[in-house]
Design a protein around this ligand. Structure first.
Ligand SMILES: Cc1cc2nc3c(=O)[nH]c(=O)nc-3n(C[C@H](O)[C@H](O)[C@H](O)COP(=O)(O)OP(=O)(O)OC[C@H]3O[C@@H](n4cnc5c(N)ncnc54)[C@H](O)[C@@H]3O)c2cc1C
Length: 424
């Protein structure tokens, strides 16, 4: 996986140390910061733009996103429907998504030589499946147009002045900027939250979103890798549907990840210890399941349930569910007692599992929480409490479900901030 790095000395029109003053300073060399920078320089080529990244690596998350393939966005082109994929920020993002949506993102990258493709589930990737195509494009655009990029140079603090902001950088130097964009991401350890708070913002406590569930239960024990195409999961008063994947530690898959996103705060408050109810056959009603079992007893009495999975469930999972309902391997349909049948119905329609913790979803994870949205003007991404300060990306209390929605939020908010800063 190639890394997007610049030497600590910086790149573009930059010199070894950051210039003493600039029109626009951007803290955070991630998706939102870069997209704001290239937008601002496109709109206002004469503006001096400084992009600060505290780590040695630029666009680090984009590089690892989508397992190194970078799921750039999602092929949902109706802004209102698109907004429904954000557990936090749906209402606020609606306007911005009308101005910069996945179709615009796709056109932007393709116009700059990065062809994209859409997979069957709507996720959009570079045709060559290389995140480096995206990072390379952003870096080229920024460098060619003269953005001063300084890696290994973090923003340590910012103070509002009459003309703009007085910045102190991690290398001890100082800089003045007329406008400042905070795009420092959702890392709770990042100084971005602290800087935003010092400038007057409220921070909704950051908690993880998009995680898998830790469950130790004989019904799924030893079944790692088994998946069910369509299940319904319920917990903490929420429910989601979709594919379920059994892992070594519990459960994952789109249904679980969506539940973790919509329930991020509630599940955090439960310390990730809660009951999960699974409907393994959501397209079949409880009554229909009951009838089907009765029919099996009647029509296939001599057959062994363990040998003939019903409802298109994977055979190994089916056998585990039978066992849990007290139906042993050699049992025959004819010998099924009604209480066993009822236990199987309950197992199939409302199996209860105890979640004891969460595991990292290595494919994609984001932060729920961040800068309070009512304090930001979403027409410009400018702060309502600190004029001249702009905010974009995961630093905000915005996060989406998995599938390209999080990067789209970064492109959209970065775009709008870049336009507004260039115009100001
Ligand atoms: C493993 C993984 C895979 C993912 N895959 C996808 C995917 O395929 N599709 C998708 O849509 N989303 C994906 N996401 C989520 C997506 O990557 C993020 O939501 C998005 O990158 C957020 O962009 P950002 O610019 O706001 O923040 P970031 O990308 O986190 O960038 C913020 C940058 O600011 C820097 N910084 C922090 N503090 C300072 C400071 N004080 N001064 C200067 N710099 C600072 C940080 O070092 C960082 O580089 C993935 C996330 C992870 C963790």
């Amino acid at each position: 996986m190639s890394r997007a790095q610049t030497p600590p000395g910086g790149s573009g029109r930059g010199s070894a140390s950051a210039p003493p003053e600039c029109d626009i300073a951007i803290a955070g060399g991630g998706a939102a910061g870069f997209f704001a920078a290239v937008t601002a320089v496109e709109r206002s080529p004469d503006a001096s733009i400084l992009l600060l990244e505290k780590s040695p690596e630029l666009l680090a998350k984009v590089t690892i996103s989508g397992g190194g393939r970078c799921n750039v966005t999602h092929a949902e082109f109706d802004p209102d429907r698109l907004a429904e994929h954000y557990p936090r920020g749906a209402r606020e993002l609606r306007g911005p998504l009308h101005r910069w949506q996945p179709g615009d993102t796709i056109d932007w990258f393709e116009a700059r030589g990065v062809p994209l493709k859409t997979e069957a589930d709507g996720r959009v990737f570079p045709t060559d499946d290389r995140a480096a195509s995206i990072t390379g494009c952003l870096l080229d655009q920024a460098c060619q147009q003269g953005v001063h990029i300084h890696a290994q140079t973090g923003l340590r603090s910012a103070t509002r002045t009459e003309e703009g902001f007085a910045l102190t950088l991690s290398n001890g130097t100082h800089c003045r900027a007329r406008r400042l964009l905070l795009a420092t991401g959702g890392n709770a350890a990042s100084s971005g939250y602290k800087i935003a708070a010092n400038l007057g913002h409220t921070i909704e406590p950051p908690v993880p979103s998009l995680f898998t569930f830790h469950i130790s239960d004989p019904r799924i024990d030893g079944l790692a890798g088994v998946s069910v195409e369509h299940a319904r999961v319920r917990a903490a008063g929420l429910q989601q549907q979709g594919a379920l994947l059994i892992t070594h530690w519990g459960l994952s898959g789109p249904a679980i990840l969506r539940l973790s996103a919509w329930g991020a705060r509630r599940l955090h408050d439960l310390a990730y210890a809660f009951s999960l109810e699974i409907d393994w056959v959501p397209d079949t009603s409880e009554e229909e399941v009951r009838d089907r079992l009765a029919q099996q007893r009647q029509d296939h009495g001599a057959a062994q349930p363990a040998r003939h999975p019903l409802f298109r469930l994977p055979a190994r999972l089916w056998r585990k569910l039978l066992l849990h309902a007290g139906i042993y391997a050699k049992a025959r349909w004819s010998g099924l007692r009604s209480e066993q049948a009822e236990r199987l119905v309950a197992e199939l329609k409302r199996g209860r599992f105890e979640v004891t913790g969460r595991s990292l979803n290595k494919e994609e994870f984001v932060t729920c929480g961040g800068v309070r949205l009512s304090e930001v003007d979403f027409r410009t991404m400018e702060s309502r409490v600190c004029p001249g300060l702009f905010l974009a990306g995961e630093l905000l209390d915005i996060d989406g479900v998995t599938g390209g929605f999080n990067l789209q939020a970064a492109w959209t908010t970065g775009r709008i901030a870049g336009e507004a800063m260039a115009a100001g």
